[in-house]
Design a protein. Structure first.
Length: 574
């Protein structure tokens, strides 16, 4: 039902029950927010979104207050502006003055608000608290001095990821965000997803950078430095270089990486295909041999750590396949090194990932072969952008190039791994072929596409009906685990991604709250799938070659040695 409200002397229509903020945003009127997060219950904590409503004695928070018939709202009255300015000045009074050196310089909500409200001097000089930074984690760097206590990180960690690794600690002016018992994030239940970074308005949270170690390797004449890029990267960086959001700049990115000095550029979508070959065989083996079901995908290191910490009883349900990053890392230092007659110890293997948890994953002991790490450094998409800019590569003026074979050719099934549901769709395409000996007539499996946090479907493959589910966000995954625990038996295969929407919105991606950008990345991956000629992992000629020449067949002894791993219960501070 529509109701009438007046905003800045203009009559507009609002929907009964919605908040003032929602009604204003629909009309194209922006009200600043700090603690508000779309799709989560408002807390009304920061009061940045206050507006003046006629006949109400106090300013009210637009993010949490519902519209009322006949309301007369002023979004920018002198009283409102004064209140917002005071909040910003109070936040700045305890904030370091180091914007020039800050990770989020130019992309900080506090900095933007200060500019917008024309704050040009420190009028309130509060006592600055001294804080220790936490750089104990393999993935996440925390600097409490830059924290403005908006609570967005806590809410994401608790409500979306069900991890609750961080919380408010202390009282009054001594309040900070901290992990359990004031110990580092490394010993906490943090799964390294980086969703808190994506939520943070300031530079209080960012990834542990691997740029220095990559540059050191590039400058070491004894190292051959190779790089792989994950399926979602080529459609996630265009906007950082002034191009259309979601544009696929795969070829140009390959060229840029060579100009930076990487000897070889490989495509993680190739090893996504390899993952599908192994994972679909594992699924068929489990189904036909009364193995443990449902089987869960294991591509996402945040999800793996969650199971190890919170749900170890489900470890046996995890696929034993390494993630595509680790599979390609293992293959580079074995198959490729042997082919090229290079000592694997002289290879420095870098990956570009949309994910902060991949930094943790590459440091795991299980991800080594004869004491040699599969992967030596992981750059997030954000770090890649920095690297390209630091080397002065003009993305808009270079010619596209192909990735290097034999590890640079992919199917489009490998490419759609970047979207939630992509792994499932790719696996079903190959499982169908393996079980029926025929190719799917229509490769597009609509039932597993879409942005919902859970999708379920029954898929008929020959005589077999397979129950599948796709979940993103660990809270959604945990809910499904509880249903399984309570007796659900109709699902055989489950894809889980920690980040809502999948890797395309991973914790290492360029920071944006613009859903249109994320949607354009999703569309771009599916558009690639529409037009590519190799649509299934088993059709990739270089995948056929690696099995013929090296691995033998999926689940072979060699495959197990290089491409599979194991997980175990993990004790952490909760
Ligand atoms: S990285 Fe993920 S799990 Fe860790 S604190 Fe941030 S949101 Fe929580
Ligand atoms: S760390 Fe960032 S997201 Fe978390 S409370 Fe502080 S400012 Fe907000
Ligand atoms: S954004 Fe409304 S109170 Fe913080």
């Amino acid at each position: 039902m529509n109701i009438n409200i007046e905003v800045n002397n203009k009559l507009i229509q609002a929907k009964k029950g919605e908040t003032i903020l929602t009604a204003l945003n629909r009309e194209g009127i922006h009200v600043p927010t700090l603690c508000y997060m779309k799709d989560l219950m408002p807390t009304g904590a920061c009061r940045m979104c206050v507006v003046e409503v006629e006949k109400k004695p106090n300013l009210i928070t637009a993010c949490s207050y519902p519209v009322e018939e006949g309301m007369k709202i002023k979004t920018n009255s002198p009283r409102v502006v004064h209140s917002r300015k005071t909040i910003i000045e109070l936040l700045l009074s305890n904030h370091p003055d180091d914007c020039l050196y800050c990770e989020r310089n130019g992309n900080c909500e506090l900095q933007k608000l200060s500019e917008q409200y024309n704050i040009r001097e420190r009028r309130i000089s509060g006592k600055k608290n001294k804080y220790r930074v936490d750089q104990s984690s393999a993935s996440i760097f925390r600097d409490p001095a830059k924290c403005i206590l908006c609570g967005r990180c806590i809410r994401v960690c608790e409500e979306i990821e069900k991890v609750t690794a961080i919380d408010f600690v202390g009282r009054g002016s001594k309040t900070i965000i901290n992990s359990a018992f004031n110990k580092g994030l490394n010993v906490s239940s943090c799964v390294n997803c980086g969703q808190c970074i994506m939520a943070c308005p300031t530079g209080a949270l960012h990834e542990i950078s691997h740029i220095d170690r990559v540059e050191a390797a590039l400058n070491n004449p004894e190292k051959m430095v190779v790089i792989q890029h994950a399926p979602s990267i080529s459609v996630s960086i265009a906007e950082e270089f002034g191009l259309k959001p979601g544009a696929d700049i795969n070829g140009v990115m390959n060229a840029a990486l060579r100009k930076i000095g990487f000897s070889k550029v490989f495509d993680t979508s190739f090893s996504a295909d390899l993952t599908i070959m192994e994972e679909s065989s594992e699924l068929i083996h489990r189904i036909t041999n009364n193995g443990v079901l449902p089987m869960f995908t294991s591509c996402c290191p945040g999800w793996i750590k969650y199971v190890e910490e919170f749900r170890p009883e489900f470890i046996k349900n995890l696929s034993t396949c390494k993630s595509p990053q680790q599979m390609l890392g293992a293959v580079i230092k074995s198959y490729y090194a042997e082919q090229e007659k290079i000592n694997p110890e002289n290879i420095f293997s870098v990956s570009i990932m949309p994910c902060t948890a991949k930094k943790f994953e590459c440091s795991r002991e299980e991800m080594t072969n004869n004491g040699i790490a599969d992967i030596d450094a992981v750059l997030t998409t954000r770090e890649l952008v920095k690297l390209i800019k630091a080397y002065g590569i003009d993305i808009n003026n270079i010619e596209p190039e192909l990735a290097d074979n034999p590890l640079g050719t992919r199917s489009s099934a490998g490419k759609i791994f970047g979207n939630t549901g992509g792994v499932m769709e790719a696996a079903l395409r190959t499982a169908y072929f393996k079980l029926t000996g025929e190719e799917l007539i229509n490769y597009k499996i609509d039932a597993v596409r879409g942005e919902e946090s859970r999708k379920e479907a029954k898929i008929q493959i020959g005589k077999l009906e397979i129950g599948v589910a796709v979940v993103s966000g660990l809270a959604a995954a945990d809910k499904l685990l509880t249903e399984i625990e309570n007796g659900r038996k109709d699902i055989h295969f489950i894809e889980v991604m920690t980040c809502p929407g999948g890797c395309i919105a991973g914790g290492g991606q360029p920071i944006t709250h613009d859903v249109k950008r994320i949607k354009s990345r999703i569309k771009s991956l599916y558009d690639i799938d529409k037009t590519d000629s190799i649509k299934a992992s088993h059709q990739n000629p270089y995948i056929k070659e690696i099995y013929e020449n090296y691995l033998g067949e999926p689940l072979s002894h060699k495959s197990h040695e290089l491409l599979h791993t194991h997980y175990s219960k993990r004790d952490v501070l909760k």
